[in-house]
Design a protein around this ligand. Structure first.
Ligand SMILES: *[C@@H]1O[C@H](CO)[C@@H](O)[C@H](O)[C@H]1NC(C)=O
Ligand SMILES: *[C@@H]1O[C@H](CO)[C@@H](O)[C@H](O)[C@H]1NC(C)=O
Ligand SMILES: *[C@@H]1O[C@H](CO)[C@@H](O)[C@H](O)[C@H]1NC(C)=O
Ligand SMILES: *[C@@H]1O[C@H](CO)[C@@H](O)[C@H](O)[C@H]1NC(C)=O
Ligand SMILES: *[C@@H]1O[C@H](CO)[C@@H](O)[C@H](O)[C@H]1NC(C)=O
Length: 479
């Protein structure tokens, strides 16, 4: 679908041979000049008027150009050549590998991915070539000598556009658009929907006896484009005639026309002339709460979980599930509330799913680690988890791997070495050494030494570590 062609100003400037047809889209205004000129002169004319020769960088631009040419149909231009701003420099070569074949647009950006050649352009590195289109060729591009004369189209870019002026009383508007010379008066046309930034509108109000004209300008007004005058042909209003257009009270203001006001119980609507009945809170249509305001009332919703509907009167349920209230858990919206369905390992606390600390509820026999939505048990040194029930721990029989030099006794979580007669356990708690023959009082007995090693192991290894490396360990040690 063709991008909306908003404004169709079709106008021929009288008095000269340069007849012009104009179209403005929200992006730009295009002018068709029905006077044949060489390419350079045509380009110069566009630039002198504040624009450039027209570009065809995409399908939208093509459609805009088509509408301008079609609108000028009555001038029998079907077979006429029309310059577009595409040219090959004298020093540049045609390049078949490029979309534009080495040609460049005369205005920025000079390159484009779009092209619409009718035939391959003449292959040259020494000749300046220029591109024209015609309705008969379906607007396909043809290159030719730049010295040929042809009609041409200019493009004018504007910072923005204004809606055309709507008069409040019968009157007459003349637009002076900021291109084609300084200003080009164009008469309003019914199809006119946009006029460019910088346009001067000369307004003459029909109702005025002196038919004084005044001017309004299409300008940038806080981020949007609008007219510098707010109301048109209403400034001469008087309260004496038709109550100044006011529904209720009319107040004459010096120099600024009239001001309307409303009777008690009514408020002035946005059009500044009509009055509407204020509805007070006693008769309000509010479904829930009514709050008195300047224009009567406004509604609010008191019940939690409800908000004001689009009609500003009723209340609708807030879908808490849309707000991700339950996170990764299933959410069910209910009138005024919601319900989270927690995944296993989570429990509902104050409407939200919270992780259950299984370590306080399930009994791991030894160690427990809580995690989000789950938990795991672990066993202390000298134990391994049971393959049947991971919460349980089974003692490892260390004696199986024969850690002692002589006798090994498995204990819960550990083991104990001992020696045959006439041997005592070495300091490492594993080997056996011959019993000393001379009994010296200060030599500690094996039991004392064992106690010493136990003490040492408690210092070196905290309670959960495997203390059997040091050999003799008491029952229960290492838990
Ligand atoms: C084109 O421009 C040149 C120089 O500006 C001028 O001498 C010439 O008369 C112009 N030709 C036409 C046809 O306007
Ligand atoms: C001429 O060709 C060169 C190389 O392709 C390119 O960079 C340059 O922009 C061209 N100049 C013009 C004016 O087209
Ligand atoms: C319009 O205003 C002018 C003076 O500003 C006044 O002379 C004229 O009578 C007014 N016309 C109407 C129709 O009120
Ligand atoms: C509701 O109020 C808003 C803000 O005041 C307003 O923009 C909107 O037009 C109102 N809707 C209706 C249906 O009155
Ligand atoms: C594991 O379970 C099997 C049968 O369910 C039972 O025969 C076996 O004794 C159990 N083992 C332990 C270590 O509990």
């Amino acid at each position: 679908m063709m991008r909306v062609l908003i404004l169709m100003l079709f106008c021929f400037v009288s008095g000269g041979t340069d007849r012009v047809s104009t179209t403005c889209t929200p992006e730009a205004c295009l002018t068709l000049h029905l006077e044949k000129k060489p390419f350079e002169n045509a380009s110069e004319d566009c630039i002198n008027n504040g624009g450039n020769l027209v570009t065809v960088r995409n399908e939208n631009e093509l459609q805009s150009i088509k509408s301008v040419l079609s609108a000028a149909g009555e001038y029998n231009i079907l077979n006429s050549k029309v310059w577009i701003g595409l040219m090959l420099q004298k020093t540049n070569c045609t390049d078949l590998t490029e979309k534009l074949r080495g040609f460049r647009w005369t205005s920025e950006p000079t390159d484009s991915k779009y092209s619409n050649w009718k035939n391959e352009p003449l292959s040259t590195c020494t000749e300046k070539r220029c591109v024209s289109i015609s309705l008969a060729d379906g607007l396909e591009w043809s290159d030719g000598s730049c010295r040929d004369s042809a009609f041409y189209m200019c493009k004018f870019l504007f910072k923005g556009m204004c809606k055309p002026i709507v008069l409040e009383e019968p009157g007459y508007v003349k637009y002076n658009v900021p291109f084609l010379g300084l200003f080009n008066p164009l008469t309003p046309n019914e199809r006119l929907v946009m006029v460019p930034h910088g346009t001067w509108a000369e307004i003459q109000c029909g109702g005025s006896e002196d038919a004084k004209t005044f001017v309004s300008i299409c300008d940038n007004k806080n981020a949007h484009f609008g007219w510098t005058t707010e109301r048109f042909c209403a400034r001469n209003k008087s309260c004496k005639s038709k109550n100044g257009g006011c529904d209720h009270r009319c107040i004459d203001t010096a120099g600024a026309g009239v001001r309307c006001d409303c009777r008690e119980g009514y408020y002035l609507k946005d059009d500044k002339v009509s009055c509407a009945l204020k509805i007070n809170c006693e008769k309000s249509p509010c479904e829930s709460k009514c709050i008195p305001s300047a224009t009567g009332f406004s509604c609010a919703c008191e019940e939690p979980g409800f908000k004001l509907a689009k009609d500003n009167v009723s209340c609708v349920d807030i879908d808490e599930c849309q707000q991700g209230t339950c996170g990764e858990h299933r959410c069910q919206n209910t009138p005024g509330s919601y319900l989270c369905e927690c995944k296993p390992g989570f429990r509902l606390v104050a409407g939200k799913c919270e992780d259950v600390d299984e370590c306080t509820e399930f009994s791991c026999q030894q160690g427990c680690l809580n995690s989000q939505g789950s938990f795991s048990c672990y066993c202390h040194a000298g134990y391994s988890s049971s393959s049947n029930d991971s919460r349980k721990c089974i003692d490892i029989d260390e004696c199986v791997s024969r850690p002692c030099e002589d006798v090994c006794l498995n204990t819960l979580g550990s083991f104990e070495c001992s020696c045959r007669e006439h041997f005592i356990l070495a300091k490492n708690g594993i080997s056996c050494v011959p019993e000393p023959t001379e009994k010296i009082q200060i030599t500690p007995s094996p039991d004392h030494r064992g106690a010493f090693i136990t003490k040492l192991s408690q210092i070196i290894f905290p309670k959960t570590s495997r203390s059997w490396h040091l050999g003799h360990v008491r029952k229960g040690q290492g838990l």
